[in-house]
Ligand binder design. Structure first.
Ligand code: FAD
Ligand code: NAI
Length: 466
């Protein structure tokens, strides 16, 4: 048996220990997995992605500033360092049965074996499946828009952008068609939409202008936002700074403008005065936030008395799913008072691993109290037990919000004392870079991202369409 495990020093799965099944390999689940003590539990991971993705730098992959492979790390990189063997299944959880404490997992990848559906039993279930892209049911979004959430989204945007430019260069194209093909429209003025527009602007100025001198001047970027301004979560001063920076960069902003329909070559919008209009586009990036995944919707429907919010799973202050004893949920899959960010998800993952450690200690001490040979020993064990039973609720510590806005400028809202410090500009960009570098998953990721940045500075970005 020992020879079959990799690495060989890992302890075997122990049937006498409780099994934690972890769903997902994003920010929440990965942070949990890193911190969970496998001496006390068997752990199984189920995720359709066999890697962790560092989402904050994903917008940079849409124009080739950073290679997607620099931002990902396999789940097995973590599991092989645990003290006990951790099973990893590349599959999607398609059903959670809270009565039998089992889940159904399905292999939805391109390559399927004779068996692609299976059932797993859990003692504890940790749900970190994140959220999916919000479309508000607007017609045409799924069909014609590009999202920006996963590795393949960034690759698709990059390829489609270059396709639009090469098609605009095709002989005999009418001036109207060239304008349409070179109009890149971003819907949603949250941080995802803003960072994408910023990266696209840099690509245009730094690279496309020299590779396509006859077309570059015609490439236009437009950002459409339904609310009064961009980046509603940032301070007023930084919103104004971003909007004025975008103006200098010739990025057109349409605020108070709601997209109503997406068609193959244009979008239908409702203008601030309530009248309809159409905007032709070549590339459409859709970044209007998150919505609940079908798996989560089904789970909510199964627990109608305790799960009453459609926006996500309701958990108590210890991240336990309301209405259950053995299920915990974290990250974007939950509906809490916190924003759906990596920061929150990562802190929750770490917290939950600590909570599980305390649960294991409780069980251990409970047994030891029963086995104590003297009264003094029993009293000491009971005191220890009371201590580990006092599990503190999850407390989020906000480290600040950062956003890249193009031309080597970033904005930052950072907590300071009881208040907040806002800063924007080139120095903030240096801070943005160092913050993300230090937060990257591994030293391998750090080395790759720094190399990508150097490559971009020395050689420029690659314009080939893959
Ligand atoms: P995710 O990280 O989305 O992970 C979900 C995991 O669950 C994935 O591995 C997925 O494959 C898996 N999964 C999905 N369905 C199933 C299923 N049925 N069964 C099993 N597994 C499943 N936040 C910040 O704080 N700072 C930033 O700078 C920042 N930048 C961002 C940039 C972009 C472009 C995007 C899209 C988001 C950004 N965010 C940022 C938000 C942040 O990425 C999310 O809040 C965070 O990823 C949420 O973590 P999570 O673990 O809940 O979900
Ligand atoms: P978001 O929810 O923050 O923003 C979406 C925007 O789209 C909203 O401003 C909304 O008004 C707008 N919108 C919705 N429907 C529209 C329509 N029909 N027409 C026009 N506009 C419409 O979503 P985003 O940016 O994807 O962010 C999701 C989460 O990830 C947030 O919590 C965010 O803080 C986090 N994130 C953080 C980043 C950072 O810190 N740098 C970067 C990217 C995401």
């Amino acid at each position: 048996m020992w020879e079959q495990r990799n690495p060989v020093f890992q302890a075997e799965i122990d049937p006498s220990k409780k099994t934690i099944v972890v769903l997902g390999s994003g920010w929440a689940s990965t942070s949990f997995l890193k911190a969970i003590d496998t001496d006390h539990y068997n752990v199984v991971v189920v995720s359709p992605r066999n890697y962790f993705l560092f989402t904050p730098l994903l917008p940079s992959c849409t124009v080739g500033t950073i290679d997607v492979r620099s931002l990902i790390e396999p789940v097995r990189f973590i599991t092989r360092h645990k003290s006990r063997e951790v099973r990893v299944y590349e599959a999607e959880c398609t059903d959670i049965d809270t009565d039998t404490k089992t889940i159904t997992i399905t292999d939805n990848s391109d390559v399927k074996g004779e068996n692609s559906v299976s059932t797993l039993a859990y003692d504890y279930l940790v749900i970190g499946v994140g959220a999916q892209n919000q479309t508000f049911g607007i017609k045409g979004v799924e069909q014609y828009g590009c999202f920006l959430k996963e590795v393949w989204d960034a690759q698709k945007i990059r390829s489609k952008l270059m396709d639009c430019i090469e098609t605009a260069a095709f002989p005999g194209q009418s001036p109207e068609e060239i304008d349409r093909l070179l109009h890149m429209v971003v819907v949603g003025g949250g941080p995802t939409g803003v960072e994408y527009a910023a990266e696209l602007h840099d690509f245009l100025v730094d690279d496309l202008s020299s590779w396509y001198p006859e077309l570059a001047g015609k490439i236009k970027i437009t950002l459409v936002e339904a609310l009064l301004n961009l980046l509603p979560a940032f301070s007023k001063q930084l919103i104004e700074y971003t909007e004025s920076t975008f103006k200098e960069q010739n990025i057109t902003i349409h605020t108070k403008t709601m997209v109503k329909e997406v068609r193959e070559k244009d979008i239908v919008v409702q203008k601030p005065d309530g009248t309809p209009d159409t905007i032709p586009y070549g590339l459409l990036v859709w970044a209007t936030g998150n919505t609940t995944r079908p798996l989560i919707k089904n789970l909510i429907a199964r627990l109608p008395e305790t799960q009453t919010i459609r926006r996500g799973l309701e958990v108590d202050d210890w991240l336990r799913l309301k209405g259950t004893e053995e299920i915990f949920a974290l990250g974007d899959a939950t509906a809490t008072k916190y924003a759906p960010t990596a920061q929150v998800a990562a802190q929750q993952g770490k917290y939950l691993a600590r909570l599980f450690h305390q649960l294991a200690m409780q069980e251990l001490l409970q047994n030891e109290v029963g086995l104590a040979s003297t009264d003094a020993e029993k009293v000491a064990k009971e005191r220890k037990l009371r201590k580990v039973k006092d599990i503190k609720p999850f407390k989020y510590s906000h480290q600040g919000s950062l956003c890249y806005i193009g031309s080597d400028k970033a904005i930052a809202d950072l907590p300071f004392g009881q208040g907040n410090v806002s800063s924007g500009g080139v120095a903030t960009y240096a801070f943005w870079r160092s913050a993300y570098i230090s937060n990257l998953f591994s030293s391998r990721n750090r080395a790759l991202v720094i190399t990508d940045w150097l490559k971009k500075t020395v050689l420029g970005r690659d314009i080939s369409r893959e």
